[in-house]
Design a protein around this ligand. Structure first.
Ligand code: GDP
Ligand code: MG
Length: 371
């Protein structure tokens, strides 16, 4: 629900907070200066004090500050899909990612040391690229979803053909469904003697995933991470799903992305892995992430190479942060320092208001408890 603090309401009307509190008392609402009141109550106060009102949501305010533009259809170009691999422990998620990565043509040529940066783009023989998020278990995916940051376009659900659907498989199915993200099932360990892909397909049916063989629209691919079979088919299935999703982005604008993970590095300071979603991130850009802001000092890819530009669906390590943002925080490029500071301060204030409101409620509850 929309709320506003008494203080902020007073400020917006250029009325003293005490007068707002008096009006609230007349309405039977006891509130202190830092407490929040709901939008309906605020509306009554505004009218009582003889002002007109227009409801402004936080999104409106932020967009006003950010000047977020909507992209023209003509500026959009196809972008690579962003894929998260999920599944039960030991069903082969890591092995499958490793197998796919070892087939990366560009990586093979560069032969560089691969660092773990939580996300990377794989270059396929076909010339296509797929971005994989290497989230440790489901935790990061769940947390990001809770924070409203669904960056994944497609979930590849790994199910071991000799084990079938297990507890974490079901969890993964539920997460993907709750996020509205399509699932492709990779039936792994097909090299094993006990492998039975039909049984897996039957079990999927019990969780309302109807595979193509059974007249549904869920693609399944039989693979073996160990024997490196079926990987091309899996890549094809991902690209087909991506085509159906019509993934597009405008690369010719200021970048907007999401923080995938961040850490404090001894030598380099705060480092964040950012997935660019729209626009192109360029070294020197000024950005806001969460309630922090900074300037991109340097960017590296997962091969540890310095890069100067990153377009849509490319994950990059960004240096130049003042603090360590959270996974799921947005990452937005703005025109200048002043704007970055304004947004960061606005967000910081909002956090404080919320904390103060929570504290206000807490003390009231404590008071009542003592009575
Ligand atoms: P994760 O927990 O889902 O990341 O699973 P891992 O990739 O760590 O694999 C768990 C175990 O299964 C390891 O011992 C792998 O060597 C083995 N494994 C993974 N994929 C295959 C496969 O395709 N065939 C066989 N036979 N073993 C596999
Ligand atoms: Mg693993």
């Amino acid at each position: 629900p929309e709320t506003i603090t008494v203080q902020e309401l007073g400020n917006r009307m250029a009325e003293r907070a005490t007068d707002v509190i008096k009006e609230l008392m007349k309405l039977g609402v006891m509130a202190t200066i830092n407490q929040t009141i709901d939008a309906d109550t605020a509306e009554l106060v505004i009218q009582e004090l003889g002002h007109t009102y227009k409801r402004v949501t936080d999104a409106d305010v932020e967009q006003g500050i950010l000047g977020v533009e909507v992209d023209d259809e003509g500026d959009l170009a196809t972008r690579s899909p962003v894929v998260t691999i999920m599944g039960h422990v030991d069903h082969g998620k890591t092995s499958l990612l490793d197998a796919i990565r070892s087939a990366d043509v560009v990586r093979g040529e560069a032969g560089g040391i691969t660092q773990h940066i939580g996300a990377y783009q794989v270059n396929l023989k076909s010339g296509n690229k797929i971005t994989f998020l290497d989230t440790p278990g489901h935790a990061a995916f769940t947390e990001m979803r809770l924070r409203g940051a669904t960056v994944t376009d497609i979930v590849v659900l790994v199910v071991a053909a000799d084990d079938g659907i297990m507890e974490q498989t079901i969890e993964a199915i539920n997460h993907a469904k709750a996020s509205g993200v399509p699932i492709i099932v990779a039936i792994n360990k097909m090299d094993k003697p006990g492998a039975n892909s039909d049984r897996v397909k039957q079990e999927l049916l019990q969780h309302e995933l109807v595979v193509e063989d059974m007249g549904g629209d869920v693609q399944t691919v039989e693979v073996s991470a160990k024997a490196q079979t079926g990987l091309d088919k899996l890549e094809e299935a991902i690209m087909l799903q991506a085509e159906l999703l019509e993934l597009k982005a405008n690369s010719d604008r200021d970048a907007i992305g999401t923080v995938i993970e961040s850490k404090l590095d001894k030598g380099r300071g705060s480092v964040a892995t950012v997935l660019v979603q729209k626009g192109t991130l360029v070294v020197g850009d000024i950005f806001v992430t969460g309630s922090e802001w900074g300037r991109v000092r340097a960017m590296t890819n997962e091969r540890g190479q310095q890069i100067t530009e990153a377009g849509p669906a490319l994950p990059v390590e960004v240096l130049g942060l003042n603090g360590t943002p959270n996974a799921g925080d947005d990452f937005i490029v703005v025109e200048n320092d002043a704007k970055a500071r304004e947004i960061a301060e606005y967000r910081e204030q909002k956090k404080k208001d919320l904390a103060a409101a929570a504290e206000g409620r807490g003390s009231l509850e404590q008071m009542l408890a003592k009575l």
